[in-house]
Design a protein around this ligand. Structure first.
Ligand SMILES: Nc1nc2c(ncn2[C@@H]2O[C@H](COP(=O)(O)OP(=O)(O)OP(=O)(O)O)[C@@H](O)[C@H]2O)c(=O)[nH]1
Ligand SMILES: [Mg+2]
Length: 302
């Protein structure tokens, strides 16, 4: 199966709920009235598009109906599809690269898929001919560095690590030095999972950020927040708080395989204006790709 098919497969439950739901509701109806729009609104909220985003889309549909630009219920599915596309296209942006060294700091709550994503990302970037090195700044769990080393072996990249319990900032400092000495193009840093509500753990991330800033001023950087698509609306509050603390430049949405909550991607793009840069659809090394809004919309509505 190609990536598009896996994405489509992964979105089956979201599609059944949202798209098949809309098809059902409009079936045999001609007129677009408030009762019909209420039902569609409910389907959108159930699919985790978010209350704010849903009501924005519904209001704009109502406006079009008032202006007689939209008068046939059978056109509603297409209209909502295009509005979702517009939201996702607006802020979309690829990963930043540089001419020297780019650093990607990968953050998120526990178990969302940070380390796995780094392994997949390293493999993807290597296959594009980039020189990639990894930094194991999750020094909290003893097994965390080993897990990253395993992914490094699979992807064919070096991993810079310290003993467990070491200062993550010191790992990042050494990883930058090693990346420079070995003339690497991209350094990807793994961090310990942390709750977005714990301010001392957020301080640690700020400290890591300051090390990167000081060592590589003006170089391209990404702060990539990994979100688990199966958590639905909670992913939105994680994104808000991590963004406030360290300034998130891109979202990686994992576990899009088999969740009914794929709509969360639209809520994040719409409410936070942070681009979704990558999506993960499984546990294997090839199960990650750059986020393509058009592909996503086609996979969802196909
Ligand atoms: N189905 C599915 N599982 C995934 C995906 N990405 C990661 N996982 C799984 O999620 C689990 C946690 O992945 P990790 O990469 O260890 O997550 P983490 O964020 O590094 O976890 P901590 O370091 O403990 O905070 C593993 O079992 C992964 O195989 C995905 O896209 N789809
Ligand atoms: Mg990890």
């Amino acid at each position: 199966m190609g990536f598009f098919d896996r994405l489509k497969d992964g979105l089956t439950r979201t599609r059944d709920q949202l798209v098949a739901g809309i098809e059902n509701v409009v079936l045999g109806k001609k007129k677009i009235d408030d009762a019909l729009l209420d039902e569609i609104e409910e389907l959108m909220i159930l699919s985790d598009l978010g209350v704010e985003t849903t009501s924005r889309i519904i209001s704009s549909v109502q406006e079009k109906v008032r202006r007689n630009e939209l008068d046939d219920a059978s056109l509603l599915k297409k209209e909502i599809k295009e509005q979702i596309r517009a939201i996702l296209v607006r802020d979309s942006a690829p990963l930043r690269y540089g001419t020297s060294l780019a650093v990607y700091l990968v953050i998120g709550v526990n178990g969302v898929g940070k380390t796995t994503t780094i392994g997949k990302m390293a493999s993807m970037l290597k296959s594009q001919g980039r020189k990639v090195i990894l930094g194991a700044a999750d020094t909290f769990r003893a097994a965390a560095a080993e897990q990253l080393v395993l992914w490094g072996e699979r992807a064919g990249t070096d991993v810079i690590r310290h003993k467990s319990g070491a200062d993550p900032g010191a790992v990042v400092f050494d990883a930058i030095a090693a990346a420079r000495a070995r003339e690497q193009e991209i350094l990807i840093i793994d961090t310990a999972g942390r709750l977005h509500t714990k301010s001392n753990l957020m301080e640690e991330l700020k400290k890591i950020n300051r090390v990167i800033e000081r060592e590589l001023p003006g170089e391209p950087r990404e702060v990539l927040l990994v979100l688990d698509a199966t958590t639905g609306q909670n992913a939105l509050s994680q994104a808000k708080l991590f963004n406030q603390a360290v300034g998130v430049t891109g979202i990686v949405l994992t576990k899009l395989d088999g969740t009914a909550k794929g709509g969360i991607i639209v809520a994040i793009a719409s409410e936070l204006g942070i681009p979704v840069k990558m999506v993960g659809v499984g546990e294997k090394i090839e199960d990650l790709q750059p986020f393509d809004p058009n592909e996503f919309v086609e996979a969802l509505f196909d």
